[in-house]
Write a protein that binds this ligand. Structure first.
Ligand SMILES: Cc1ncc(COP(=O)(O)O)c(C/N=C/c2cc(O)cc(-c3ccccn3)n2)c1O
Length: 527
């Protein structure tokens, strides 16, 4: 395999060709704070304002000097990085700091979350899928043990002549007429049906336009069909629900309801009863939807989702991988809307922009200790990423949480600017949304635009990428679309965002909005 430049291409051939086609095929050579640098044809360093910031994984910016210094110091000390299956007190030290923060930021404030560390956000979510299944299976075992005990009681009662089996139970389970005199056939039919139900996997709940990762289980929790459908046969199914339609949520729960058959003896009669079966494994929720225009949940939706999980008995998993770690002006975005989780996931900025790390946190009332040895991975909980995570938490919590206040204030300035652009271009900007430094601007539907280029790119979901290529080329600012829609641009810079950065961004956005307003699409054409 070789490219026109005669060098062999073994990685990213398709991706790099596509990036070049939309004007994003830049190779960066240096990165610091909110700035990326690339070298132009004459070798000169060209600065680019970065609003993508590692898809929101750089709350303290690229190569933050304090984090880099800490990394160098721990490496110079030759800390043990990989010492699996030994006492690694740094894990509990990190979990202790996280618990103190969760006690402050969760609505119940009753803290005590067990921590399982991993290597990526999706792995943290996969861990939640696995732990939720442990919980669900434990509920199923309690139910099936009850049924086994009741079957023995029925056998004993009928055998001793203390109970009889009328017609109804046989009809209930559809037993054949000639089998209706034999209790054993009733028991066998109940056992067969229950075994079928137990053998089925769980159904998971998530919100429409959810993004929870792209591993085998998590890609089924990510609604984008382009990423999810090719692998749908590999994992449990998900019911995607609208957070703003509580009645629909309730209807979906009813629609998914399954019953386990049980057999009871009362007043000399054997009866068959139906018992709720735990089909739903968990409800996965992003407090701010990264792939859905950075839309935050409302407090009402947070209450509804909590009520659904309480009614169903499944864990509510708050996925803070994108929204957490201070990005929205609080450690947890869910603290803004009072969303109380049973599990929490964190990743991205916990790595300080230089390490890979993630964590799943399980409320002690639900945590199953055996899980600590059921899930593992070679690089998880390593000494280096833990040291970096401790430094990041220290920086976030410093000066009574100054970083959160800075994120909130910078986010307000950014949102003010976006709102003013929307006000001046009502026919071009459909929405601006988000919290803190997790915001997005969505364009109006351009699929019927008069400009051929704008219409075609909007129709293929590529308008946001072409706009990003234009802004990069003409304004030296890096933005990317949000999620599958593609007709939006996301802003998730670090706390180092300056007023000048915001002014430059405004100028670039007004330029693009004027192009779209005037349908001057050819100016957007990648060069
Ligand atoms: C809430 C949430 N839960 C789990 C994950 C998965 O974390 P990892 O990427 O660390 O596995 C993410 C990470 N987000 C990645 C992401 C979020 C997003 O909105 C778009 C894209 C993306 C990626 C490639 C191309 C286009 N878009 N990627 C997340 O935001």
């Amino acid at each position: 395999m070789s490219s026109a430049a005669s060098e062999p291409i073994f990685a990213d051939r398709l991706l790099n060709d596509w990036l070049a086609s939309v004007g994003l095929g830049i190779e960066y050579s240096r990165a610091e704070a909110n700035t990326l640098y690339f070298r132009d044809g004459s070798g000169r360093e060209v600065p680019v304002l970065d609003h993508v910031c590692g898809f929101g994984s750089l709350i303290f910016g690229h190569n933050n000097p304090d984090i880099i210094e800490h990394a160098k110091s721990v490496l110079d000390e030759q800390i043990p990085v990989y010492v699996q299956l030994s006492r690694q007190s740094h894990a509990n030290a990190l979990a202790t700091v996280l618990n103190a923060i969760l006690r402050r930021e969760t609505p119940s404030g009753d803290g005590d979350y067990a921590a399982i560390f991993a290597n990526s956000g999706a792995e943290a979510v996969e861990i939640c899928v696995k732990h939720a299944e442990l919980e669900r299976r434990a509920r199923i075992v309690r139910l099936t043990d009850d049924v086994l005990r009741h079957v023995e009681e029925a056998r004993e009662a009928v055998g001793a002549g203390r109970a009889t089996v009328a017609e109804t139970p046989y009809v209930q389970v559809g037993a054949a007429r000639d089998d209706r005199e034999k209790l054993e056939h009733l028991i066998a039919e109940i056992g067969r049906r229950n075994a079928e139900l137990v053998a089925k996997g769980p159904v998971h709940l998530a919100l429409e336009n959810a993004f929870h990762g792209k591993l085998v289980a998590t890609v089924q929790l990510t609604q984008n069909p382009h990423w999810r459908m090719p692998f749908i046969a590999l994992s449990s199914s998900t019911r995607f629900l609208r957070a703003d339609r509580p009645e629909e949520m309730k209807g979906a729960i009813e629609d998914l309801r399954e019953s386990l058959l049980d057999i009871l003896v009362a007043d000399g009669a054997v009866t068959v009863v139906e018992r709720d079966f735990p089909v739903i494994g968990a409800f996965f929720v992003e407090p701010v939807q990264g792939a859905n225009g950075m839309r935050p949940l409302t407090e009402a939706a947070a209450r509804e989702i909590r009520a659904v999980c309480d009614a169903v008995g499944c864990p509510l998993i708050v996925d803070e991988i994108h929204s957490g770690m201070g990005r929205t002006g609080a450690f947890l975005a869910s603290s803004h809307m009072g969303l109380q989780g049973d599990y929490y996931t964190l990743a991205k900025s916990i790595g300080g922009g230089i390490a890979k790390n993630s964590v799943a946190l399980f409320h002690q009332d639900r945590f199953r200790p055996e899980f600590e040895v059921l899930h593992s991975s070679t690089f998880a909980k390593d000494g280096f990423s833990a040291a970096i995570a401790m430094k990041v938490l220290e920086m976030l919590e410093a000066d009574d949480g100054r970083a959160y206040r800075v994120a909130a204030e910078r986010g307000e300035r950014l949102m003010e600017m976006l709102t003013s652009v929307k006000a001046d271009f009502p026919e071009v900007v459909d929405a601006v949304d988000g919290i803190g430094l997790m915001v997005a601007l969505e364009f109006t539907d351009q699929t019927r635009a008069t400009s051929d280029l704008i219409r075609e790119k909007a129709g293929s979901g590529m308008l946001g990428y072409v706009v990003a290529g234009y802004i990069l080329r003409e304004h030296r600012i890096r933005v990317l679309p949000v999620g599958p829609a593609g007709n939006s641009v996301r802003f998730e810079p670090s706390v180092h965002l300056t007023d000048e950065d915001i002014a430059r961004t405004e100028s670039a956005l007004r330029d693009v909005c004027a192009i779209i307003r005037d349908q001057d699409g050819d100016r957007l054409a990648p060069r």
